[in-house]
Write a protein that binds this ligand. Structure first.
Ligand code: PMP
Length: 441
């Protein structure tokens, strides 16, 4: 179908000009800017269900979903009502409140954790989990994987050192060498590298942290048994296994990535971090795990951790309403929409002759514009082969046809249970022309 006449983007352009004058890059989180794809971001005025409306009146099918949280779609009436009710009773007291108990009970019932502590962002969750692991074990070294993002925690903004089991170097200016000198960065899905790191440094390793299934270098599923192997290796060396489910939690499946591996294989992580879906679109995140480990947190134990807005009653009310509404049926709906869209994307790219790979875990997937002859994307080095120039052309062709994809080639495409036939059809209609644009790039 030909693209309908659209209202233009003058309003977004004007706001972006103002934004750049008062905010670095005009955005409050770098990936929102269109630096990787060119052009200026759209300023969104409102959203409902699967649709975003920008300040000029353009409508877009949303394939970002706030980078994961909006599992039920935007402005879900029951979540809105619960939030309105919470707001009417005041927004923050600095005392314990009922909804934080209920949300903690809901998470403990669903996820492999016995205790949970709320924070306000995924970054805080991983930062706190690592502090707790170090405090609990009395050890200093942290192991992570290249391409796994755990928020902007100094010690985790690390790039691999010169050898496999050598310590990391800062991944950004502003992180001192001393902050990454206790971090080991390994290639993902590489058992030999993990074994070597633990053989050389095992008695110093406090924890290994991994995305439960990486989604921040595009979706790179753990090879079968890889997470179980990590859990066992950590246990053998007295280190804690931290599964970062900030992105996958309550999204990849009802039980997160753990529902797709650990629950079936019979192992549990020592600590888990959560965010995104569990906040229902508000700033709420959490870390949790074994009771004997969590017991080391203040005020029960000596490891300090705190937050003025932690467990905020409005945010935890939104998260609770979202999780209660996130039934098996919701995951089936999201999964079906994901299957339709990833199948159609692959068909359109194939038709246009664009080399690509689609990878998924549960309801999450991403499209790599890379040659499938080189094999699956198993790690960050593989992910880096994706053709970012072709993706930029693809992205803009989709945007012009009313589909807002992540403005980066290294991201999952997020759907919601509000992605109904009309939303999915809009995506399917846009794909052939976008695939041709990618082919010509
Ligand atoms: N861990 C993972 C796996 C994430 O995907 C993210 C955010 N994309 C974070 C941690 C950090 O969360 P936040 O942006 O809320 O700090």
């Amino acid at each position: 179908a030909a693209a309908a006449a659209r209202p233009g983007t003058a309003g977004s352009a004007a706001l972006f000009e103002r934004a750049v004058a008062v905010t670095p890059g005009g955005v409050n989180s770098p990936v929102r800017a269109f630096n990787a794809v060119g052009g200026t971001p759209r300023f969104i005025r409102s959203a409902r269900g699967a649709w975003l409306t920008d300040v000029d009146g353009n409508e877009y099918v949303d394939l970002i979903c706030s980078w994961g949280p909006m599992l039920l779609g935007h402005a879900h009436p029951e979540v809105q009502a619960a939030v309105a009710d919470a707001v009417a009773r005041g927004t923050s007291y600095g005392t314990p409140t009922p909804p934080e108990v209920e949300l903690a009970e809901e998470i403990v019932a669903r996820a492999p954790v016995e205790r949970v502590r709320f924070v306000s962002s995924g970054t805080e969750a991983t930062m706190s989990a690592i502090r707790l692991a170090r405090g609990f074990t009395g050890r200093d070294v942290v192991v992570k994987f290249a391409g796994c993002y755990h928020g902007h925690v100094d010690s985790l903004l690390a790039a691999a050192g010169s050898g496999l089991a050598t310590f990391a170097v800062p991944g950004t200016p502003g992180v001192p060498e001393s902050s990454t000198a206790l971090t080991l960065v390994l290639p993902y899905n590489d058992r030999a590298a993990v074994e070597q790191a633990f053989a050389e440094h095992g008695d110093r390793i406090a924890c290994l942290i991994t995305e439960a299934a990486p989604g921040n270098m595009g979706v790179v599923p753990p090879e079968p048994g890889f997470n179980a192997f990590l859990a066992q290796t950590c246990a053998r060396h007295g280190a804690l296994f931290i599964s970062d489910e900030v992105m996958t939690g309550f999204r990849a499946s009802r039980l997160g990535q753990w529902g797709l591996d650990g629950a079936l294989e019979g192992w549990r992580p020592d600590l888990v971090t959560f965010g995104k879906v569990m906040g229902g679109g508000f700033p709420a995140a959490a870390f949790g795990g074994r009771a004997d480990v969590m017991h080391h947190l203040a005020p029960e134990g000596p490891v300090y951790q705190a937050g003025t807005l932690s467990g905020n009653p409005v945010a935890t009310t939104a998260g609770l309403a979202t999780l209660r509404l996130a039934t098996d049926e919701v995951y089936a709906t999201v999964g079906a929409a994901a299957t339709t869209i990833r199948t159609a994307a692959s068909a359109a790219l194939a038709e246009a002759g664009v080399p690509h790979l689609v990878q998924s875990t549960g309801t999450m997937f991403s499209v790599f514009l890379t040659d499938p002859a080189d094999g699956p994307v198993r790690d960050f080095a593989d992910a880096s082969r994706t053709d970012t120039i072709a993706y930029a052309a693809f992205f803009h062709a989709m945007l012009d046809r009313g589909v807002y994809l992540p403005p980066s080639a290294y991201e999952a495409w997020f759907l919601s249970s509000a992605h109904d036939d009309r939303a999915v059809e809009t995506v399917l209609d846009a794909l052939p022309a976008a695939a041709l644009a990618a082919a010509r790039a």
